[in-house]
Write a protein that binds this ligand. Structure first.
Ligand code: AR6
Length: 169
């Protein structure tokens, strides 16, 4: 399995699945969530609404999946990261579960390539370096067999540098 890091916009990628940093409502929002819904179109939102009707949204640390809509991906895996609360609300456990549950769904869907944004490090204010270690170490521990490519997509320079240095250091 190859772990890659790139700087850019996750909505532009052609991979089997991308992961969305959603919120518990699954109805979209700002940041990467807004970008994915905007580029992916109404189909993604329609499927999110169906999931909401069935299970009432998505809890922090959990993940669900929808079609990729108009994106160049088969699936969008929506996971809900924790809001940073100075480490007082089990944020690291929740963030670890985001990556674990997204990977579990990727295995179920037999995806061979998956791209992750830097979950929780934007609007939810998780410290970037700590979030990167959780992301990379959780992925390294799981390594599903048929997953050939894992791409960390960094939108900002800070995250790109943190991931690049950690993976190449
Ligand atoms: N491609 C890749 N990464 C991106 C993109 C993009 N197009 N746009 C932003 N990022 P955030 P969170 C990066 O705020 O912190 C939403 O309103 C961004 O630079 O998107 O988990 C949801 O609905 C940052 O590094 O997600 C929730 O309410 C990372 O994506 C809330 O924000 C995550 O930033 C979730 O907050």
């Amino acid at each position: 399995m190859k772990i890659e890091v790139i700087k850019g916009d996750i909505t532009k990628l052609t991979v089997d699945a991308i992961v969305n940093a959603a919120n518990t409502s699954l109805l979209g929002g700002g940041g990467v969530d807004g970008a994915i819904h905007k580029a992916g179109g109404y189909e993604i939102l329609e499927e999110c609404k169906k999931i909401r009707n069935k299970q009432g949204g998505c809890n922090v640390g959990d993940a669900v999946y929808t079609t990729g809509g108009k994106l160049h991906v088969k699936y969008v895996i929506h996971t809900v990261g924790p809001t940073w609360n100075n480490g007082r609300s089990k944020e690291s456990t929740h963030l670890t579960r985001c990556y674990q549950n997204s990977l579990r769904i990727a295995v179920e869907l037999k995806v061979r390539s998956i791209a992750f944004p830097n979950i929780s490090t934007g609007i939810y204010r998780y410290p970037k370096a700590e979030a990167a270690i959780i992301a990379i170490e959780t992925i390294k521990q799981h390594q599903p067999v048929h997953l050939q490519r894992i791409i960390f997509v960094c939108f900002d320079e800070d995250n790109f540098k943190i991931y690049y240095d950690y993976l190449n250091g």
